[in-house]
Design a protein around this ligand. Structure first.
Ligand code: MRU
Length: 376
């Protein structure tokens, strides 16, 4: 998507043809800076420290991490070590494990001398696939916004989103934001309520930044505001992303998603979850087995802010000495989800719904079919 009229991707191979540039998301919204990754360690650190974050982007970054590792050492042992290291950087988003599986399949059969080349080629395919899939998610989700716009006689359609499932969480388009960008680009009057998303504020720092930079009307709200807005008819539909979706349609997403889904259910507001097929963990029958990342207390006890002179400082915001618990994700049960918006279309959040869209999983629930590599 665009920042001040210029097209950006969150990650790309540099002009040297091998090192990898990322937008450093820990610096946003105060500074737009890119960082150059040249080693496996750089890629692992970028994922761990959340310079890159968001389920699809973590996967693509890990894929390029494998490329950087194999440039240095293309042996089986080095490949194993790279896959092991990258897999342990974040626990909840399954796209990380999926992308590493794809890289392993593409690279292991190749003789060591050709592995780095094969790795860059597969990583590029995953990069392109992410863009294409998110575009398709957007095209399916767009119809939902169009329906609401038609029902409202062209009045503003108000969408609520949580965290950042935008293009900054992917290579481009975003998942939850893709329908919004497509609606906006088509000239529909769409406005987004952006949950600030404590404790890391991915909503106010990242979603608001990217919507603003692309020119989409939006308003940041405190995390607790959504229920009030829904009670007053000020939210037409919710779109959120997911870091892992179980085979029964339960979804793990940023902490607080569950509360929004409860409020949406109570107020008859449709609650849609947008996801690429790489976010589905077919091995999990239900969402409560999804590992929930627990992060450091400082994300709750301190906050970064920009001073008038442009400098960014960190300040304490809590009662000195009080401990904090920082669960990064929660599970929204399928019964609270109106529909899953995927690259193949929209389905009910249920085993049956998912298997209708992905019929190959009916016969082969744990295996990966060849056609999935091409079409998702
Ligand atoms: O901890 P983060 O910032 O990586 O969490 C991101 C989210 O929860 C997103 O909503 C999710 O990855 C969906 S991504 C398009």
């Amino acid at each position: 998507m665009k920042i001040r009229g210029q097209h950006y991707n969150t990650i790309y191979v540099s002009e040297d043809g091998w090192s990898v540039e990322i937008i450093d998301q820990t610096k946003l919204p105060h500074k737009l800076e890119t960082v150059r990754l040249t080693t496996l360690g750089d890629a692992a650190r970028a994922i761990k420290t959340m310079q890159v974050r968001g389920a699809p982007l973590i996967g693509v970054t890990a894929a390029y991490g494998v490329c950087l590792a194999l440039r240095d050492d293309a042996s089986d042992a080095a490949l194993d070590a790279a896959l092991r290291l990258l897999a342990t950087q974040r626990p909840t988003a399954v796209n990380l494990r999926w992308a590493l599986g794809e890289m392993d399949k593409a690279v292991r059969p190749v003789k060591p001398g050709d592995r780095a080349r094969a790795a860059y080629s597969r990583a590029r395919e995953l990069w392109e696939l992410d863009i294409e899939i998110n575009k398709q998610i957007g095209a399916h989700g767009l119809k939902l916004i169009q329906d609401h716009a038609a029902r409202k006689g062209g009045e503003t359609v108000n969408v609520l989103t949580h965290c950042n499932a935008g293009w900054l969480a992917c290579v481009d388009w975003g998942t939850a934001t893709s329908p919004i960008y497509q609606a906006h680009d088509e000239g529909l009057d769409v406005h987004v309520w952006v949950d600030e998303t404590r404790p890391r504020n991915q909503g106010s720092a990242l979603t608001a930044y990217e919507l603003g930079a692309h020119g989409v009307p939006h308003t940041i709200i405190a995390d607790n505001t959504g229920g009030h807005l829904m009670q007053h008819g000020m939210v037409d539909l919710c779109f959120v992303g997911t870091d892992r979706t179980a085979a029964n349609g339960d979804v793990a997403n940023k902490i607080g998603t569950y509360l929004k889904a409860l409020a949406a259910k109570d107020n008859d507001v449709p609650f849609y979850v947008a996801l690429p097929y790489s976010t589905i963990d077919w091995s999990l029958a239900g969402g409560f087995d999804i590992p929930i990342e627990e992060r450091g207390q400082d994300e709750i006890l301190k906050i970064d802010g920009r001073l008038a002179d442009g400098s960014v400082v960190t300040v304490d915001i809590a009662a000195p000495g009080s401990p904090a618990a920082n669960y990064a994700f929660d599970i929204t049960p399928a019964r609270l989800v109106t529909g899953l918006v995927t690259e193949r279309g929209i389905c009910e959040a249920s085993s049956e719904g998912l298997r209708t869209l992905y019929p190959e999983r009916r016969e082969n629930p744990s295996g990966i079919k060849d056609n999935e590599r091409k079409h998702g």
